[in-house]
Design a protein around this ligand. Sequence first.
Ligand code: ATP
Ligand code: MG
Length: 816
Amino acid sequence: MSASGDEEELSHLFSKIGFQESKIKEILKNKKVSNSLKNIVLESNAANELDKPTSALLHNLATLDKGGDLVNRKLITDAVVDGRLKTNLQVSEAFKYVKATGDNATVEGLNEASGVGVEVTLDQVKKEVSDYFEQNKEFVLANRYKCVPSLLNNIKNIPSLKWAQPQWFKPVIDENVLALLGPKDERDLVKEKKKKPAATDKETTKTASKKKLTSASALNNDVPQRSMFSEGFLGDLHKPGENPQAWPELMEEHLKATGGKVYTRFPPEPNGFLHIGHSKAIMVNFGYAKYHDGHCYLRYDDTNPEAEEERYFVSIKNMIEWLGFKPWKITYSSDYFDKLYELAEKLISIDKGYVCHCTAEEVKLQRGMKPDGTLGGERFACKHRNRPIEESLEEFRNMRDGKYKVGEATLRMKQDLESPSPQMWDLVAYRVLNAPHHRTGDKWKIYPTYDFTHCLVDSFENISHSLCTTEFRLSRESYEWLCDVLHVYRPAQREYGRLNLTNTVLSKRKIAKLVTGGIVRGWDDPRLFTLEAIRRRGVPPGAILSFINTLGVTTSTTNIQTIRLDSAIRQYLDVTTPRLMMILDPIPVEIDNLPHDYEEFVTIPYKPGSEKFGERSIPFTKTVYIDRSDYRDEVSKDYFRLAPGQPVGLMKVPFNVSVKSVEKDSTGKVIKIHAHYDNDIAFKKPKTYIQWVPSSVKHKSPVSIEEIRIHHPLFLSENPAGHPGGFLEDINPNSEEIIRGAIIEPAFYEVQAKSPLNMPTVNEEFNIKEQPNTPESVRFQALRIGYFCLDKDTTKDKLILNSVVTLKEDVGKSSD
Ligand code: ATP
Ligand code: MG
């Protein structure tokens, strides 16, 4: 039958039971849904027209079913048709129930799960809502009208109101809000006000709009604004308790253990340093739990003893803390080795596991690998698959007791070779490894695989949301299979898209080559994108978090160019750092008409327009330094700085200086400028102002900088790994520029002493308190040059600076 013939038949069927033509059109757009609806209508035995609410509920059921053929779906259909289920919420609860119980679903069970017969009256709703307002009075008073959406959400989730008519909530809440707050007034219009830039405080305005963008108070449990946790992939996740179970009774135990809170985990393998991609995983897991007032474990997935090293364990924890998160508990997969072993024996004893002695080559053939290396050939079971349970058990114990060498035996899951998914083709659960483990020492000769360990440890830890990246999509089936056959609580694995950075390499193996080849200074070289490197480069943790928040979370991979990341960092630094005057290549300017002990204090705000940064006083003295690039022998049309005949302003100094004469060395290089302070003539606005640093022993100025490291991209192309000669051929030979002999004004010491500045406007969003006394938290904008921080190589008397980012994209040192 043709597709249109099919459609005709369906529209006839749907209109017979009372769907309107326009609705039918909409339904037919989705093949899966219309197919489900057809089956639902047929099984409903409805001979005549149904009333509109009933047909709408059946349509809703079809939307949930979406072409799947749910076992026992008829229980729900019947309950809709006979009027027991009256709302979409009831239908969806009934659906969840039937889906989770399958063959065991009963009418009584369904009635209970979907609140059949539970009557919640309007009076009850009014009472509960008014109690809620009583308990949360302070919060509502403090947050006024902007908290209404979150109130609605919270109140809907009050358990005793679960089965109330959903349309009652809004009017009842509005009534209470009005009674408590009165009508809206100017306090409730804050947003519009902030949008208008106030001329006096440009920075505050910028921060305000930025704050809105980056979800601001989302983590403070305030009113949810734009946030990666409330929208997109994370916003759509199930609530605790809603993830289906093969054994529903296990859900009760789970909820008892968690109290219905969100439980997540961040499970790195301690076999390398974390990189920028991991910061997304950290924020997704720790952030989601925090946003929902739940808990997130740091779980070291240490089932690969050969690759693990102490320094990775330490670094991983440090990086999580640096990003402002605190693990609820720190655990190790190896904590559960005994329990995992027991379950492995159980797997064998229920005939869902067997010990196999096939070689890797043989297993590949069994899994349908063709001679050209691709899958898709015929699959077949190996001869060990059906050996007696007792024999497998004995052999598994032999494995445990060290009677087999590496590769001679594995424990395999007895899954489903007929399944289309490779994750179901008898995965390995345990393998022999003759490696001591950093925590369990020599106790084990066998170690569980990721596929066996991950889901079970998630289950032991009562994880409500096991969030991982999309390459694990297929693993979801084996994950659920294993939990179900072993009769343990089944957490819900959900997959989001990775964050990749282009123009660099992130893989451990590649970075290791750069490190061992001496191309970079180490794993934390500021030109790399490990988190250690990003921290050392002086990037504030809040910049990373707001960047990731802006990207949002979806199921697609996000590819970002390093320059886009830089630009997000620049924006963040713009509102969080003080400005200082630094001179890269100083020339002394001696002002002939000032006495030796001349001191004229000028006050300069640390960040013009942002009072909260404070200000400093700098003495203008007889000799000051300016940058070599700010002087020329000749004036030209587009050159506005110092030259004979062209005076210049020194930042905030009341009068200009003009050139009298210039001293040069034998090569013609300027070594000193003699100048005149124009305080004896009428002030004339200079063409421009330049930065300067005084010379004054008394005021410990200038501060000399041993070394400034300016960082440029480490690779030349967008895709270094794709270089035909290998990524090492793509290295930029000038990625690190070293500048010696630079100087900075003495206010640097004050900035250093006060760092980390933790400017409230930005850091409060993500509750980050950076560690004090860390070199990288001493950051500032060097006026007209760029953003810098102290490097960890700094010693008591040798200052070393890193460039964080330039002031503008593609612009290094300013030259006109
Ligand atoms: P890599 O292979 O890049 O070194 P990995 O996957 O081996 O990383 P794990 O230590 O296993 O690193 O990762 C811990 C968690 O971080 C996992 O949940 C993983 O999905 C997640 N993760 C790893 N890389 C990224 C990325 N680029 N974007 C988002 N999440 C990531
Ligand atoms: Mg991994």
